[in-house]
Design a protein around this ligand. Sequence first.
Ligand SMILES: Cc1ncc(COP(=O)(O)O)c(C=O)c1O
Length: 446
Amino acid sequence: VTLDPGAMGMFGPSGAGGWWPLWLWTASLVLVTGQETKLNFGHEMLSEFGLAKEYTNLNHGSYGATPLAVLERQQEMTRLTEANPDRFFRYEVYDLLAAARRAMAEYVGARVEDLVFVMNASEGINAVLKSLLGLGRDADHGSSKRVLCLDLAYGMVKEALGFLQDTRGVAITEVSTDELFPVAAAADFESRLMAKVKSALEEASAARRPIDVCIFSHITSMPAVILPVELLSKACRSYGAKSVIDGAHALGNVPLDLASIGADAYVSNGHKWFYSPKGTAFLWVSPRLQGSTEPYTNGHIYPLITSNEGKGETPYTKLFSYEGTKDYSGWLAFPAAKAWRLKYGDAEIIRYMHTLAMQGGQVLARAWGTQLLAPAELHAAMVNVELPTSNCTRAAELSHELLTQFHTWVPTVEKSGKCWTRVSAQVYTELSDFEYLAGAVLELLS
Ligand SMILES: Cc1ncc(COP(=O)(O)O)c(C=O)c1O
């Protein structure tokens, strides 16, 4: 894989007005074209973000990073809120939220009335799981439900299921993926994973204890791999199970078309890869399940018909529109985040990140004499590389040492008996950042 600026749609001043110093060129473009200024992907892009100068962010995947232009829009929304709280909360916020939801729905191939905002994937997943498994208005209270997940499910998902197991008698089937890693060929991984999931669904069905709900990550957290969510949803549907997709890492990281996935519910974060501010996520629920889907807070909009609070196209969207006084500014900056992405080109961003992640992963594996966990087809912008130690307790200490001694941070995980790190590429990272990490880890382990 090579990083070819032309092929990756890089932008920049090269060739145009070449005798100008770079800073003058950039500054003049800002003055003349304002929003339309485009910088080259790589370190030049750091000026678009608020990251500290000394920090090398190789962990965009955990919390994302928001462009300054998007934060400026969020601050405008905060100023609007503070200028006249009554006007904002009583008359303006719902229409502004609807416009932001429309912008998001268009981007992910969904109908606006099926998509609501939640603070983060944790809130969305908890709301939908609790609704499907016993808390919703039309839910089948009392009968014990069965859920299928993978051992790759995010910790929060496993803990939410554990809570439902302890408090609602929900039974959990966890499918192990340990023997599938490291992956040599994506197609082989996919078919072996599908065989395992289908066999667990079949076993439950044969024992007359069919699975009610399946939950899968679209892109798993640690280690990070893309899962075949269309096939997984289809398999669950064929056994009468509903599918919930935890797409926390998907929005902005891979092209997303919710209609084609065929899930019953889908949650994604904006703050990870879509460049929206922290605390911005969406929940999409298929129309047939919206009647039993409840937000976290029920005190404001009940009964639905007579409540004066909230506003929405349907009872479901109305329920999620108001959960008390809180900061709506992040969601209202969604359209600005979308505009920022489109300015740089959605496909170009995704391609640059993926190409850099794979090339950076090779740099690390070569420097450490190790291997990548999976081939390129299973990766978006995060790559997993085996660390040059077999002591995973020691490996886990590296993250904090990297932060305090090298101003960078990457997570570590033990999978299939080996220690791995997950490294994120972004439009503001370059191959030299991966080289820096390679050296830092070798120094810490020496
Ligand atoms: C797969 C997955 N799901 C859910 C989450 C939770 O996201 P949040 O902390 O924004 O709720 C994460 C966070 O890293 C994740 O990786």
